[in-house]
Design a protein around this ligand. Structure first.
Ligand SMILES: [Zn+2]
Length: 374
């Protein structure tokens, strides 16, 4: 086996020196509960072709070369990908992906952005749900919605989108997920409440899909967890944002809005599901004022808890026009837990005990908010 791998490897690397080849720079895989995303860093004009049977997806590239330093990243296994093989003939390189579930394939390309310098080909291997599984999940939801308040906990970023990166290289997506998971565990110990994560692992979810998850789960509250980042290494403290249709006038909030909303360049084609119409639909039919007031009250409760355990950047809830806060009718806040761009705060954000403290404070804020509604 080893021999064959090195032989194939040698063939590919040597052929890399011939002329006019297009380069495949790197390969990444992201496993989500319902799909596996394959991302291939390529050149803008790399020619590719994707075909599939019921067990195999073949991604072929014309006249391509693979870099020796990223060659091993081609090979991957997870709950749906059994194995990946590489096959090469004179004209093409083929990635042969063996799948062990019923699936459909979707693909799109992405432009370079601030985090990824190459053009990217994204291939999603999406599970086909069996009818019985769909039925089962519907009936479970009906029984829970009567008795419990359902809180959607959204860990910001994920997968291709790392979010902000600390001076010591911590990635915001991981910090967000760790805090979100701790918050969910804490909430679920309270039998009056039920918490659901938008993502439970390291994969990307489009912003608008995070809202539709909240709708499907009949959520009564939406909390998005993030960490702040600015040029200056000394900025510190937590802030909480609530939705404002007009957006925020402060420069920091505007920058933040842009970076949060532009995150969707990681999701690609499907993400931009006619954004405006979609949002228009969900923004009508409910009392916006009431929701904004509730969000503001929730934000205040959470801030007053976070204040007990660490610095606060903005004592008053901030308004910004974030896509993830556009959940209809339910209080929705975006918590910037601390500044990951500040090394002291980065240390705190990556420490499990400190993450627990942050999660506990957010939890207490939620409980106090509901208590005042009674
Ligand atoms: Zn963020």
């Amino acid at each position: 086996m080893r021999y064959w791998i090195s032989l194939i490897f040698a063939l590919i690397v040597t052929s890399a020196f011939s002329e006019e080849k297009t380069t495949l720079y790197d390969f990444r895989y992201w496993t989500a509960p319902d799909q596996t995303r394959i991302v291939i860093d390529k050149e803008e004009d790399t020619l590719f072709n994707i075909t599939n049977t019921d067990k195999v997806v073949v991604i072929s590239f014309d006249d391509a070369e693979v870099l020796s330093e990223t060659f091993s990243n081609i090979f991957f296994k997870d709950i749906r990908i059994q194995k990946v093989l590489i096959k090469r003939d004179k004209k093409t390189i083929k990635l042969i992906v063996h799948i062990n579930k019923n699936f459909k394939v979707r693909h799109f390309t992405l432009q370079p952005n601030t985090k990824y310098k190459s053009h990217r080909l994204v291939v999603d291997i999406i599970d086909l749900k069996s009818q019985s599984a769909v039925k089962a999940s519907k009936s479970v939801k009906k029984s829970t919605q009567i008795t419990q308040k359902i809180i959607l906990v959204d860990a910001g970023h994920g997968g291709e989108d790392s979010g902000a990166i600390g001076k010591n290289k911590s990635q915001e997506k991981n910090v967000n997920l760790a805090i979100a998971k701790k918050l969910v565990l804490k909430i679920n110990k309270n039998s009056d409440l039920k918490a659901v994560l938008t993502r439970s692992g390291d994969y990307y979810i489009p912003l608008t899909k995070r809202i539709t998850i909240a709708q499907k789960e009949n959520a009564t509250m939406f909390i998005s967890i993030h960490a702040d980042s600015v040029e200056s290494a000394t900025a510190k403290g937590a802030s909480i944002y609530t939705l404002s249709e007009k957006g925020n006038n402060s420069k920091l909030a505007q920058q933040l809005e842009q970076s949060q909303n532009l995150v969707d360049q990681f999701g690609g084609v499907e993400t931009v599901i006619d954004n405006d119409q979609f949002l228009k639909n969900i923004l009508t039919d409910f009392s916006r004022k009431d929701r904004d007031m509730q969000s503001f009250n929730l934000a205040k409760e959470i801030i007053s808890q976070l204040e007990k355990i660490g610095p606060i950047h903005k004592k008053i809830p901030q308004k910004a026009n974030f896509v993830v806060l556009k959940s209809p009718a339910i209080p929705s806040v975006l918590v910037e837990t601390a500044f990951i761009s500040n090394p002291t705060q980065e240390k705190r954000l990556t420490n499990s005990k400190q993450q627990q403290k942050i999660a506990d404070s957010i939890y207490q804020g939620i409980v106090n908010y509901y208590r005042k509604l009674e």
